[in-house]
Design a binder for this molecule. Sequence first.
Ligand code: NIG
Ligand code: FE
Length: 387
Amino acid sequence: MSLVVTSIGQLVTNDPAVGDGSPLGVLTGAALVVDDAGLVAWVGPAAQAPDADARLDVDGRTVVPGFVDSHAHLVFAGDRSEEFAARMAGQAYGAGGIASTVAATRAAPDDVLRANLRRLVGEMRAGGTTTVECKSGYGLTVDDEARSLRLAGEVTAETTYLGAHVVPAEYRDDRDAYVDLVRGAMLDACAPHARWVDVFCDRGAFDADETRAILHAGMERGLLPRLHGNQLQHGPGVQVGVEVGASSVDHCTHLDDADVAALAASDTVATLLPGAEFSTRSTYPDARRLLDAGATVALATDCNPGSSYTSSMALCVALAVREMRMTPAEALWSATAGGAAALRRHDVGALRPGGRADLAVLDAPSYVHLAYRPGVPLVQRTLTAGA
Ligand code: NIG
Ligand code: FE
């Protein structure tokens, strides 16, 4: 059944060929037609919209592409609110907290993990997110990593093998054996369930050589590389990512000039995760520096129980504008088209004919309200493939 979404006060298409000619391709007084396959068939002035089987009148509200959250860790059990409270009382954040979630995740039955995963995906959808990436990384055994990815695959095609999140306690005295497991038997069990391979390349996690070895092993199995880098301190993550042709290096908080230049000269997206700096009370990454250099920037939630327990892309947009020197237009682009670029997806992140009709209706007169009204649930309705 086709659908016309009409009386759109402001329509953000992310198609610079239409509307105001900006990267957001903004139309006013617009309509959008969805075909019976859930794809965008037409966008343009409401008065000229072709007929459709059904009609959704949004009464002058704003329509934006659904958020593409390209970085999330949603398969886990347990709660680390005490760790958060201790941090807010002055304790430092480190990779070590991951161990407590690993213990809770290993102990949890599938149904508990599945219920938590679905709850979080539901929150995301209610908040306007229509594509989400989901990592393993809290199992860290062959079976628990494979199980995490099987569960993730129930909710998204963007599944990421993160056996290299940290070295688990039982391998503390033999990290080489763990790296061998991650690039050997664990990869064998996980590759059929994953699209991406990721490594946490940072202090307390994996070094440059380990990261290269694991990413290459994954790539040999047909997985596409992405990584966590430069979150906790300056390190080799960005350079390794660009060298292996990673789709994205995520965090990018501590960068030197060579890192910024390498990102700008490559296809590797810099994915910024301001929820992590918010929740660890850390210095935010400098998005302005990356944008001015010509790098492609994405925004994502990093939703996880330790460093960033938010599912809200709108919060990330607001933080990026207020704390990272992005304009509201840049932040919205990065949270939609930028996320699509980080996931190498051409069918999402924009509202143009032929793309998937994934959109959020904002109860606001313009997209600027996403940052102007922080913390206010402006998403009135979310459509994925037109439904
Ligand atoms: O992206 N940086 C590594 N992993 C997560 C944190 C996970 C945790 O603390 O549980 C992140 O911030
Ligand atoms: Fe992460």
